[in-house]
Design a protein around this ligand. Sequence first.
Ligand code: SF4
Ligand code: SF4
Length: 205
Amino acid sequence: MKWPKLRELKEAVTSFVRGPYTHPFPAQPTPVPANIRGKPVYHPEKCIGCGACSEVCPARAIELLEVETPDGRLVRRLVLHTDNCIFCAECVRCCTTKEGISLSSEYELSALSRDGMREVVEKEMVRCELCHRGIAPRDHLLWIAGRLRGLAAANQTVFLVEMEELGLRETAPRDDRAMNRADIQRVLCAKCRRGVTLQDAWGPF
Ligand code: SF4
Ligand code: SF4
């Protein structure tokens, strides 16, 4: 009986001198591998607000909202609910720009309330000049224009938004007349452009 006790005593003294075998988390952060799938983070300067990440998220962790701000602007708001995320990285794989969202190495995600587990990005929407509904985020239209280059002129809305951005176009005020031919030269949603085009070809309907 004497020898086992001595062995335990030796282990206790050795442990006391060496310190704990376990990692001192949370006093110190635990080292993580380079390819860890941690908290997804948006990169607002690279994100164009297209919403593809929300479409592909299998956990429905990314909410897509259109919100009118108190100053009358329309914005697309992407709300990533980290508490629903399963860290599958589908949003990263399918990101349109490939740089709008990435998985960080942050793994310590506990919070005192669910409100502390939100990642939000907002993008200004371009409104249709006829029906005033949102068409798409301005950054998304400009990104398309950049990809199309000279071919952007084939889509009047994309082209006009790009001209606006370059300071080469100002939105002309519109009177209360019904839609007419001059509206072709306006930023329009698909439905209004179809209406204007049909009217131009077939007359008022
Ligand atoms: S990592 Fe997966 S679950 Fe999490 S937000 Fe991206 S797509 Fe959704
Ligand atoms: S650019 Fe990428 S991160 Fe931004 S909304 Fe589109 S898919 Fe999501």
